[in-house]
Ligand binder design. Structure first.
Ligand code: SF4
Length: 103
């Protein structure tokens, strides 16, 4: 099971972005991943990741957050409204358990 980065690490990565069209950096309370429970962004269950994606949609630095995550090849978690697994952006993350068998 992937371990979420420490909250301080998450904060330093997302607060480096500037709000689009300004020179201003966001304050933590403006970013859903810092204002709420950061573990949601690194959850195992697909429905929790979808919830994190929904919360990202209201984030003022969504586009720059996604660009930064792609550049850093984030190993896991939700960044910029997208799910990352093993450094790659994926459409969906499967839940834990036995893989489906082919008939
Ligand atoms: S886009 Fe999502 S992960 Fe990135 S700073 Fe905003 S809330 Fe956090």
């Amino acid at each position: 099971m992937p371990t979420p980065p420490p909250a301080r690490s998450l904060q330093s990565r997302v607060l480096q972005h500037r709000c689009p069209g300004t020179t201003r950096r966001p304050v933590p309370t403006e970013l859903p991943c810092l204002a709420g429970d950061p573990d949601l962004w690194f959850a195992e269950h697909p429905h929790q990741l979808r919830r994190a994606q929904q919360l990202c949609r209201g984030c003022p630095v969504l586009t720059t957050c996604l660009a930064g995550a792609l550049e850093r090849r984030e190993p896991h978690g939700v960044w910029g409204g997208e799910i990352f697994v093993d450094g790659v952006r994926v459409a969906h993350k499967r839940g834990r358990g036995r893989p489906r068998t082919r008939c």
